[in-house]
Design a protein around this ligand. Structure first.
Ligand SMILES: Cc1cc2nc3c(=O)[nH]c(=O)nc-3n(C[C@H](O)[C@H](O)[C@H](O)COP(=O)(O)OP(=O)(O)OC[C@H]3O[C@@H](n4cnc5c(N)ncnc54)[C@H](O)[C@@H]3O)c2cc1C
Length: 265
C-alpha cells in the first residue's frame, strides 16, 4: 500500500487575552506575550492523526514563524506527528497572507508531494481564513474548506469532506492532492502520548528551513511580498454593564424586573 503523506499547517499565536498591537508599527507585539498553538490547528492535526491511525499516513507539521515556535510545535510530535518543518528567517518577517501562503507553498514543495494539506479554519490572531485557499491557489490544487469530517479513498485517490451547512450537511469530493481547512472544534484533539513525549522534545525530527532552503523568490516573501497595509486600527468600545440592583419585597422586585425587561422588548 502506498503511504499517504499529510502536511498539517500549524501556527503559534499569542494567547487572545494578551494580544497587544504596537501603535507605531500597527503590528501584533509577539515577544512580550505568552503563546499557544492556534486552537483550530489542533483540530487539523487530529484529523491528520486519525488518517494516520487508519492509513499509516506520514504526518508532517509545517509552520512559518520565529524560532520560539519550536517548543510549541514539538507538542504536535508528542501527539503523534512524525516530523516538524519550521520555516524561519528574518526575511519572512512582515508577511501578509499573500507572502505567508507563498512561503508555505514553497515549503510544501520542498517537503515533497503530499496527498493532503490540512489547515485550521482560521488563526485566532490574524483570523482572515485566507491561508488555506491561498496555498491551494499557489499549488493549483482543489480545496475543501470548513470540513467537520474527512474520508480518504486511496483506491480512487479522492478525499471527501463533510461540511455543515444551514440545516444539514453537504459532502464534497476532490481528487488528491488537495487542500483542506478544518472547522474549529469539530473534534476533540488527543492528548500527548507520554511514551513518545521525551523523544518529541529532545529528538531531531524538527528541521528549520530558511528562504534559501526553500528557494523562495525574495520579492515574494516578508515585507516586499506583502501588498497589504494596515492603514489604522481602533479599540472597540467596551459596553459598560448597568449593574442595577432591585430591592424591596419579592412581588415588588418581580414587578420592577418586568418593567426593566419591558424596556428591551
Ligand atoms: C501588513 C501585515 C503585516 C504583518 N506582519 C506580520 C509580522 O511581522 N509577523 C507576523 O507573525 N505576522 C504578521 N502579519 C500577520 C500575518 O499576515 C498573518 O498572521 C498570516 O498571513 C496568516 O494569516 P492569518 O493569521 O489570517 O491566518 P488564517 O488564514 O486565518 O489561518 C488559517 C490557517 O492557516 C494556517 N496558517 C496560518 N498562518 C500560518 C503560519 N504562519 N504557519 C503555518 N500555518 C499557518 C493554519 O492552519 C491556520 O489555522 C501581518 C499581517 C499584515 C496584514
Amino acid at each position: 500500500m502506498t503511504e499517504l503523506m499529510v502536511v498539517v499547517c500549524m501556527k503559534v499565536v499569542p494567547k487572545p487575552e494578551e494580544i497587544r498591537v504596537d501603535p507605531e508599527t500597527r503590528r501584533i507585539e509577539r515577544g512580550q506575550v505568552r503563546s499557544e498553538i492556534n486552537p483550530p490547528d489542533m483540530n487539523a492535526l487530529e484529523v491528520a492523526l486519525r488518517l494516520k491511525d487508519l492509513h499509516q499516513a506520514r504526518v508532517v507539521i509545517l509552520s512559518m514563524g520565529p524560532p520560539l515556535f519550536e517548543e510549541y510545535l514539538r507538542v504536535g510530535l508528542a501527539m503523534g506527528a512524525d516530523e516538524v518543518v519550521l520555516l524561519s528567517d528574518q526575511l519572512f518577517a512582515g508577511a501578509d497572507t499573500l507572502a505567508t501562503t507563498y512561503t508555505l507553498a514553497k515549503g510544501i514543495e520542498k517537503i515533497g508531494q503530499p496527498d493532503l494539506i490540512i489547515c485550521g479554519e482560521e488563526s485566532s490572531d490574524g483570523a482572515t481564513g485566507q491561508v488555506p485557499p491561498g496555498i491551494a491557489e499557489w499549488l493549483d490544487q482543489p480545496q475543501i474548506t470548513l470540513v467537520a469530517d474527512l474520508e480518504v479513498d486511496l483506491q480512487r485517490q479522492v478525499v471527501r469532506g463533510r461540511r455543515e451547512i444551514g440545516g444539514g450537511f453537504e459532502v464534497l469530493e476532490a481528487p488528491m492532492p488537495a487542500v483542506i481547512s478544518v472547522k474549529t472544534a469539530s473534534n476533540e484533539p488527543r492528548f500527548m502520548d507520554y511514551e513518545i513525549k521525551e523523544d518529541a522534545f529532545t529528538g531531531k525530527n524538527l528541521t528549520v528551513w530558511t528562504h534559501e532552503d526553500i528557494e523562495s523568490d525574495k520579492e515574494y516573501i516578508g515585507t516586499p511580498g506583502s501588498p497589504t497595509i494596515v492603514s489604522g486600527f481602533e479599540q472597540a468600545a467596551v459596553r459598560e454593564r448597568k449593574r442595577q440592583f432591585l430591592t424591596g419585597a419579592r412581588d415588588e422586585v418581580i414587578r420592577k424586573l418586568v418593567d426593566v425587561l419591558r424596556e428591551y422588548l
